[in-house]
Design a protein around this ligand. Structure first.
Ligand SMILES: Cc1cc2nc3c(=O)[nH]c(=O)nc-3n(C[C@H](O)[C@H](O)[C@H](O)COP(=O)(O)OP(=O)(O)OC[C@H]3O[C@@H](n4cnc5c(N)ncnc54)[C@H](O)[C@@H]3O)c2cc1C
Length: 494
């Protein structure tokens, strides 16, 4: 056998790649596997992002792994704590020894004759291109480009005498103590940066084109705190995890079914947190319904506290141009700044930007349908870990890891080597994978695979439903085709 062949090749060593490694070891102990990671370290998102205040915006009881309880009392955790948790998990289970760093996967080609993938990776440390083969490819590469975040074209940036930074490439030497800072954006990153930078800056202005829903959550879970006094952590974890799963679902369902009631609840909470007479309509009343875009969560209302204390403010306007001293806005107002942070988002990319081909023909991802939110129609022996948009990412990724192991074990038990989801139902229609109206989704969604109108091609974004489907449902269903390549002798005779 080829020296560099593994049964399962995992791409990416972030939360989902580490999770995949754990489940391969625990549930498929007979399989060989390796993890190829493009960067030089473990942790993905939590290693890349270094901006002030970086933290989770979903609770760690659901962002943590099911197999390893989140050890801290804080439910909204800071980036370094999450990174340590992911790294400790990798070393605790020996997954770190399976990672080949500086291997960025660029292409994977399936050979039907050999029933295997040939995967090409560019080595960032030596500049070489290396090839490996594997029987099953498991892409755990996240959902956005690592090399650059999204920045719109702004006029006049060359005139600006201050500094402009993007949160995805936060330079270590940025000193904002006593400086006037403008953060452009209204998403999760902007609402995290503003209160964190307001602690040391002279003043921080959040400059947004249009408002988002911003909701405060307790930084520590009161139920977890109470239970921790009575029960061991390993018992508290699943209870609080399920409580949070159900609460998140309730908020999502209420938002989708009774948007007016949800808007009224959010409004009342804002009125309590913000100073009397604050212009909520302009700065915190979005034009869309709750959960038509991802909602922004702030722990213990830190953003509202910074605004109430006068250390931060929100301006809702459009940028006309950068000037020498700051920004000129469409309303004619000017904002002076020493530092401008462009919290303007990510560039989404499917499957880690890996080009996929089958027997020499490129696979056009938008022509494929997602199967159970983890495989692609017509593409053999390939799965990907992608999380929820309305709940913690890890919940779905971990179910996907469990399912991949079940699928591999099923094939071994039945002497099959290849599994390919195929849609034979003409009544299934194709729809966009994500229905968010956010700019970052709309900019990229056309490059992504699509979802179908019915199961198993549809993404339901529901953890309890996926538990039934992926943990307990059959792996051999009508849409999954199992096969084996003909033995070499038969092929030669043919
Ligand atoms: C600032 C920020 C905050 C977030 N907060 C939350 C939150 O609170 N809750 C939540 O649920 N989600 C959150 N997310 C989404 C977050 O990305 C996921 O929760 C989770 O970290 C994703 O893990 P992952 O392993 O799937 O992907 P990533 O963390 O993106 O890791 C992917 C890994 O794959 C590697 N890789 C990518 N392409 C290739 C390739 N071609 N070859 C080799 N290696 C490759 C990357 O280098 C990286 O190490 C946040 C995202 C961001 C950007």
């Amino acid at each position: 056998m080829h020296e560099d062949h593994v049964d399962v090749l995992i791409v990416g060593a972030g939360i989902s790649g580490v999770c995949a490694g754990y489940h391969m070891q625990a549930n498929c102990p007979g399989k060989t596997f390796a993890i190829l990671e493009g960067r030089g370290s473990i942790g993905g998102t939590w290693d890349l992002f270094r901006y002030p205040g970086i933290r989770s915006d979903s609770d760690m009881y659901t962002l943590g792994f099911r197999f390893r309880p989140w050890p801290d009392a804080k439910t909204i955790a800071d980036g370094p704590a999450i990174l340590s948790y992911v790294r400790e998990t990798a070393s605790m289970y020996g997954i770190d020894r399976r990672i080949r760093f500086h291997h960025r996967v660029v292409r994977a080609e399936w050979s039907s004759e050999d029933a295997q993938w040939t995967v090409e990776a560019e080595r960032g440390d030596t500049g070489e291109t290396v090839a490996l083969t594997c029987s099953f490819l498991f892409v755990c590469a996240g959902y956005y480009r690592y090399d650059a975040g999204y920045t719109p074209e702004f006029e006049g940036t060359e005139r600006f005498t201050g500094r402009i930074v993007h949160p995805q490439q936060w330079p270590e030497d940025v000193d904002y103590a006593g400086k006037r800072v403008v953060v452009i954006g209204s998403g999760a990153t902007a609402v995290t940066l503003v209160p964190a930078m307001a602690e040391r800056a002279a003043h921080v202005t959040m400059l947004q084109r249009s408002p988002s829903y911003v909701v405060s959550l307790p930084g520590q879970d009161p139920l977890a705190a109470a239970l921790r006094r009575l029960l061991p952590a390993r018992l508290v974890y699943p209870i609080v995890r399920w409580k949070n799963v159900l609460m998140t679902m309730l908020v999502f369902q209420l938002s989708r079914r009774r948007p007016q009631a949800m808007k009224a609840l959010i409004r009342r909470a804002l009125e309590k947190r913000l100073p009397a007479g604050y212009d909520i309509d302009t700065h915190f009343k979005p034009r869309y319904n709750p959960w038509d875009q991802r909602m922004c969560l702030v722990p213990d209302g830190d953003l509202f506290e910074a605004i109430s204390a006068g250390r931060a403010s929100v301006v809702t306007d459009r940028i006309d141009t950068f000037t020498e001293k700051g920004l000129k806005l469409a309303s004619g107002a000017e904002l002076e700044a020493d530092l401008v942070v462009t919290a303007t988002g990510l560039n989404l990319v499917p499957l880690g930007g890996v080009d996929i081909a089958i027997d020499g023909e490129d696979v056009e991802l938008p022509e494929t349908l997602t199967y159970k939110g983890m495989m692609l129609s017509g593409v053999p022996n390939l799965a990907f870990a992608v999380g929820y948009t309305n709940a913690s990412w890890t919940l779905k990724c971990e179910l996907t890891c469990e399912y991949v192991c079940r699928l591999l074990n099923h094939m071994d038990e039945h002497g099959q080597a290849v599994c390919t989801p195929r849609n034979r139902d003409p009544s299934v229609t194709a729809e966009p994978l994500i229905d968010f109206s956010s700019g970052y989704v709309q900019r990229a969604i056309a490059q992504f695979p699509r979802q179908g109108s019915q199961a198993p091609w549809r993404l339901y974004q529901s953890y309890p439903r996926d538990v039934m489907l992926l943990r307990f449902g059959p792996v051999a269903d009508e849409a999954m085709e199992f096969s084996s390549p003909a033995p070499v002798a038969e092929r030669a005779a043919a």
